[in-house]
Design a protein around this ligand. Structure first.
Ligand code: GLN
Length: 512
């Protein structure tokens, strides 16, 4: 097939956003629908349908999340070396569809099979679509961060819709008159499969707009038409990755079902990824290595960020259930857990593009803060948000019930922090990594999320009230005390980042 668009043409776009960004936006939006739809159903389904003990379900939920993000490291690595971003994404998407179909056919008996397909599939899909967004921009293009902010809004539209619809269908709160009770969960998981298929079709039908971006690194020397044909002698590498991915599924299944393996896995994958990175660095120049060290520092800081941020799925959801009233502005009746699950995504959707446009406007006046300062700000906002969660205790009544308004305000501030760090983090990974390590570094960025999730669980568990049979007031006091502590960690991290920004700038060289 004739390759019509060149990289030059893509990267020399006019206006705020490159056109293929919109296609990647939609593919990622639907993929996140599937992912967050599934994530939103997991714990509830384990407890209510598989009749698991709550503690076990929580641990297994944590294991799933850790594995999902840990596998992005492996998915990124194989994309760099063998498959290229496009084939990785396609293969990951297929696995996610198969996983969701398995769950829709018989979620009770094949639960861990379905989940494991989704874990491996996400590993191949998630880092590589983000890397392709980065490839749409030239080095030094000031519009890159804004592009990632927009892409991030897509992520959250998918997260919000999937998070809401799937569980609501499964529980019978939506469309119960047309879906027979016995089939609700099948339909809910089936919806994730359909939506994932939409994601993949969007990608397949628009992939030619990506020109040469994401083709296999094993391109044949005689690939004159630029369609990314792979050298025939190396074709088997590809098949080996596909087969390896499939063989990993039963293994993952065992490991998620027995959560002590998750601990071992987490002990191994981090040091292994670092060792591998150092090995790769030995093949790169000093200037490239300095940038990689800077990327690694961003990654390490992000573990702290996610460990605090991810209280959302753990301690904050219990806090919402135990200590919050259900009135927003005094008259809008809302389920506090619904607010806990949706507020962050909603705020991202509303503010991501605005924040992106602010960055572009500031860049035009040469006022845009560099990435280190943005990261630092991300932590400062996170800290202020957790002080706000702490402050809910001053609005509590005698029974320990406190204000949903203040809680929602805290989520608004958390979101500002997330917007200074998460899309910017994706963007900086693509700026600081040499072409051959783009997927790997994006995978390591998400691996930090895996560790963040993991530590978040430990943090959350550490602030549970020690009192026997605690009242709502006891719980309020112990959780909010913990949030004050987390706020301090966040502020300290932000201050350290800003203080080391001159050193970071040196490591980053011309990258801003
Ligand atoms: N919410 C974002 C996403 O799903 C970021 C997740 C993360 O890196 N922890 O892509």
């Amino acid at each position: 097939m004739q390759q019509e668009i060149t990289l030059e043409q893509i990267q020399n776009f006019e206006g705020k956003y490159p056109k293929p960004l919109w296609y990647l936006f939609f593919s990622e939006m639907w993929e996140r629908f599937c992912f967050y739809g599934m994530r939103g159903m997991l714990t509830f389904f384990m407890v209510n349908q598989l009749l698991m003990d709550e503690k076990v379900a929580n641990l297994q939920y944590g294991a799933t999340q850790a594995f999902v993000y840990a596998f992005t490291f492996i998915g990124g690595l194989f994309a760099d070396k063998i498959l290229g971003f496009r084939k990785s994404l396609f293969w990951g998407g297929i696995l996610m569809i198969i996983g969701s179909i398995i769950l829709s056919i018989d979620p009770k008996n094949y639960f861990f099979w379905g989940i494991s397909f989704n874990i491996i599939g996400t590993g191949f899909f998630k880092p590589n679509i983000s890397t392709m967004v980065g490839a749409l921009y030239k080095q030094g293009d000031v519009r890159r961060d804004a592009g990632f902010s927009l892409f991030y809004a897509g992520i959250n539209i998918g997260a919000l819709l999937g998070g809401y619809f799937c569980i609501a269908i499964g529980k019978g709160e939506l469309w119960s008159s047309i879906i027979p009770e016995t089939l609700r969960w099948n339909v809910a998981f089936g919806l994730a499969a359909v939506v994932m298929a939409i994601s993949l079709l969007t990608f397949v039908y628009t992939r030619t707009t990506l020109g040469p971006i994401g083709l296999s690194p094993l391109k044949a020397v005689n690939d004159t038409d630029g369609d990314g044909k792979v050298d025939a002698n190396k074709q088997w590498y590809e098949y080996a990755v596909y087969i390896g991915g499939l063989l990993a599924i039963p293994l993952i299944m065992k490991m998620v079902a027995n959560t002590q393996y998750t601990d071992y896995f987490m002990y191994i994958i981090g040091p292994f990824s670092l060792m591998y990175l150092f090995y790769e660095m030995s093949k790169h120049s000093l200037a490239e290595n300095k940038k990689l060290i800077a990327a690694l520092l961003f990654i390490l800081f992000s573990v702290i960020f996610w460990a605090i941020f991810e209280q959302a799925g753990g301690s904050l959801s219990l806090f919402a259930a135990n200590n919050l009233d259900n009135k927003l502005f005094g008259f809008i009746k809302l389920d506090p857990n619904g607010v806990n699950n949706a507020a962050n995504s909603l705020f991202v959707i509303i503010f991501a593009a605005i924040v992106g446009i602010i960055w572009i406007a500031m860049a035009k006046k040469n006022l845009e803060p560099n990435t280190v300062i943005k990261f630092g700000l991300g932590f400062i906002f996170l800290g202020l948000a957790f002080y706000t969660f702490y402050a809910t205790r001053f609005f509590a009544n005698a029974q320990g019930m406190t204000s949903l308004d203040i809680f929602t305000l805290a989520y608004f501030i958390v979101t500002l922090g997330e917007l200074c760090l998460s899309p910017i983090g994706l963007s900086i990974m693509t700026k600081l990594s040499p072409a051959r390590l783009q997927g790997l570094m994006m995978g390591m960025w998400f691996l930090a999320s895996a560790y963040g999730q993991y530590v978040a669980g430990l943090f959350g568990a550490s602030i549970v009230s020690e009192v026997k049979n605690p009242t709502a007031m006891d719980k309020l006091i112990s959780y909010t005390e913990g949030y004050k502590q987390f706020a301090l960690y966040a502020i300290i991290s932000g201050v350290i980042l800003i203080a080391i920004s001159p050193l970071m700038k040196k490591l980053m060289q011309e990258v801003k």
